[in-house]
Design a protein around this ligand. Sequence first.
Ligand code: B12
Length: 235
Amino acid sequence: MSIAEVKINKIAANEIILQQLASSVISGNQSRVKKEINHALHAGIPACTILNEGMIRGMTVLGRMFRDNEVYVPQVIMAAQAMEAGLKILKPFLSEFHLSYRGKVVIGTIQYDIHDLGKNIVGIFLESSGFKVLDLGVDVPTESFVRAVEKERPDLLAICAMMTTTLPYMQEVVEAVRSSPAGKGVKILVGGLPVTPRFARSIGADAYGVDADSGVKQALKLIKKGHIGKKAQVR
Ligand code: B12
């Protein structure tokens, strides 16, 4: 067998592993998800690829099935639990690079919204990029965001909203944080399924991230800008 053939076979074998992982997420089979993640890691598939092309791919398909009433809340809960179990295994591999300290982030899902998988992934990515992350959890009232900003004085506030119905609270948080004395210098990053760059701009957020990867890129940009701004003020 030629080297090219060996490589093609490896890519095909990895794709099968990732597809199996995606379908185990869809069926909410925790033990298979764990087994397949270990299998994928053992096969040398990068943790990021396992997350994006295995787990998130499965959840995206399930999301469409949920929208089309092909599956219902109990199946989605099982899939979410399988995702959580898988993330626990994957987390150390996503955080394997110990980078220099970039700053402090407070993150949370907006009030009346209990979706946390995406927010958790964004948190893990930020952590693995050198940020200290304080997670307020889900269904976080506006006052709790403001209090956390006052107490923790983060460089960045990251807010997640997963439903159109909870978007207005994102605007409420941005406004409340901006009008609190401690919140003036805090950069605000927003994301989640119904959030768009236009919406982010309209509520006065500093940046929008479509996924965890772009969230980190935006966070790094904002922090850099913030530091330049601080230096300019000192002068
Ligand atoms: C899993 C899920 C659930 C689980 C949540 C479990 C959990 N622990 O999170 C359960 C079953 C509990 C649930 C409940 C409900 N859900 Co639901 N749920 C989903 C589903 C299928 C997947 C979401 C998910 O986890 N995706 C996987 C993660 C990895 O992706 P993600 O969340 O999008 O996150 C990525 C990006 O968005 C981004 N991101 C996310 N947050 C942030 C934040 C920042 C700062 C940045 C930069 C980026 C970023 O990066 C992430 C990683 O790449 C979606 C459908 C879908 N297509 O997404 C519906 C969905 C969000 N749910 C929906 C609904 C309606 C509900 C319920 C009302 C259902 C009901 N009848 O009870 C309840 C709401 C409960 C509540 N009060 O919040 C609707 C929302 C519709 C709308 N109005 O906008 C959706 C869109 C389904 C649909 N098509 O109808 N749900």
